[in-house]
Design a protein around this ligand. Structure first.
Ligand code: C2O
Ligand code: CU
Length: 463
């Protein structure tokens, strides 16, 4: 097998690093925002390269930072200027179901030229993101995503010390423009998803920023890539982990292992008190790739007090009285023959080309008319996911946060952290638990967006 990491084009020496791009705000008032999806042009490759055709929110990739305080009611007036329908999903928010933005499940997609008002409360502080949720493999892959930051009531870091880093990988072709022809490649769908060959952070390759020596910074990492798992080693720059998927750990921790895996859609907040200049690298190959550079300047400040992050009030699962649900994942390349039912019909081998379905949960590809399970409101669910495929997946539950309670073949890190997306390796079984307290129809899917489209999507209801 090709080592996918070798496919990444290395950014040139850091001398060419651009200044750190600040993310702009979409604010029209403290909690009202305007978001417009449409085609745009953006230089993704080196500064002298051609611009690429992308799809963007407010003409920017990443889209503007949407930022409010915990508990605020957010109103986002969304307009679709694309030539295809779309909708916006607020990833990781325990949101009112009607605002979850899933085309075909929680809302009709917003047609070209039409608008939709997203109006919801943000109950939990933390690092989240928003992205298109109609043909996401195409729409997100072309640039339709942005950061969504919910501030704690007492902001522990001021704006200068609170840095959002939205990471993506792009598949570029000669001469350094987005390869749009290969969107939808069946090869990608049945293998590891669409992997890029060029990494950007906040839309720029290897951007650089200046930090002050000895001051405490919060780095909010968001993986917006369609399918790539980034491997990061916070120990290389003495960083501690503050939060996963928006949810603060009881206290900042040093990872006892390395690297940390940041799967598609996952977030990781790091606490760093820099002494020396450092780089954020992707460390999965022998020759790490620089994703962003931090130049540290000034005299050492006195050791800062780093305030703990407030913990969000997510209901604890009641394990003893849980309802158990099992989902077996099958299919994909090297998965052997699997019987797959799609839209009520058993697929034959020759149907793969026309349906593009190659993965299944419990033998069913994509959304069946009936939910995978029904939970009474307030019921604890233990969801056992068995990965019988040859691939890693990034499983996401909509509308809820869960605790990872067990994982075959490896320990559960950091005392069963809250997550909204977990990685599961080949032949691994993982149990997660959550209180199904949010009524409505919710997706459970792989966040490798090609896998989701090719069958790895199901749904459940909370009554
Ligand atoms: Cu990040 Cu179904 O979504
Ligand atoms: Cu997957």
């Amino acid at each position: 097998m090709i080592n996918r990491r070798n496919f990444i084009i290395r950014t040139a020496a850091l001398v060419s690093a651009v200044q750190f791009p600040a993310l702009s705000l979409a604010r029209t008032s403290a909690t009202e925002f305007e978001l417009i999806a449409g085609p745009a042009r953006k230089k993704l490759f080196r500064p002298d390269a051609e611009a690429s055709d992308v799809w963007a929110y407010n003409s920017e990739v990443p889209g503007p930072e949407i930022r409010v305080n915990k508990g605020d009611r957010i109103r986002v007036r969304f307009t679709n200027n694309l030539e295809e329908p779309t909708s916006v999903h607020w990833h990781g928010i325990r949101i009112d179901n009607a605002m979850d933005g899933v085309s075909g499940l929680t809302q009709e997609p917003v047609q070209p030229g039409a608008s939709f008002l997203y109006d919801f409360e943000a109950p939990d502080a933390g690092t989240y993101w928003y992205h298109a949720h109609n043909k996401s493999w195409n729409e997100v892959g072309r640039g339709l995503y942005g950061p969504l930051i919910i501030d704690e009531p007492e902001k522990p870091f001021d704006d200068l010390h609170d840095i959002t880093l939205v990471i993506d990988d792009w598949r570029l072709r000669q001469p350094g423009v987005l390869d749009t022809e290969s969107f939808g490649s069946l090869m990608d769908w049945s293998h590891g998803g669409r992997l890029g060959n060029w990494i950007t952070v906040n839309g720029e390759p290897a951007p650089a920023m200046v930090l002050k020596r000895g001051e405490a910074y919060r780095l909010r990492l968001i993986n917006a890539a369609n399918s790539r798992v980034f491997e990061i080693d916070p120990n290389r720059f003495d960083a501690k982990v503050l939060a996963y998927d928006g949810q603060a750990l009881p206290e900042p921790i040093n990872l006892g292992y390395a690297p940390a895996m940041l799967g598609p859609a996952q977030r990781m907040d790091l606490l760093v008190v820099p002494r020396e200049s450092f780089v954020l690298e992707e460390v999965s190959s022998n020759d790490p790739l620089v994703m962003a550079e931090f130049k540290v300047e000034g005299d050492a400040a006195a050791a800062p007090a780093t305030p703990p992050l407030a913990i969000n009030a997510i209901p604890e699962p009641d394990i003893a009285n849980a309802q158990r649900v099992k989902v077996v994942m099958e299919g994909g390349a090297m998965g052997g023959f699997v019987e797959i039912t799609y839209q009520g019909k058993k697929l034959q081998r020759e149907d793969v080309q026309s349906t593009r379905q190659t993965w299944a949960f419990n033998g069913v590809a994509n959304l069946a008319s009936d939910p995978q399970f029904v939970a009474e409101r307030g019921q604890t669910i233990i969801l056992e996911t068995v990965n019988r495929t040859a691939w890693v997946h990034a499983m996401h539950v909509h509308g809820h946060h869960f605790r990872v309670i067990s994982r075959s073949g490896s320990e559960v890190d950091e005392g069963e952290p809250w997550r909204d997306t977990f990685l599961i390796g080949p032949e691994q079984t993982t149990n997660i638990a959550f209180v199904a307290d949010n009524p409505g129809k919710w997706l459970y899917h792989c966040h490798m967006l090609e896998h989701a489209a090719a069958g790895m999507t199901t749904w459940f209801t909370v009554a």
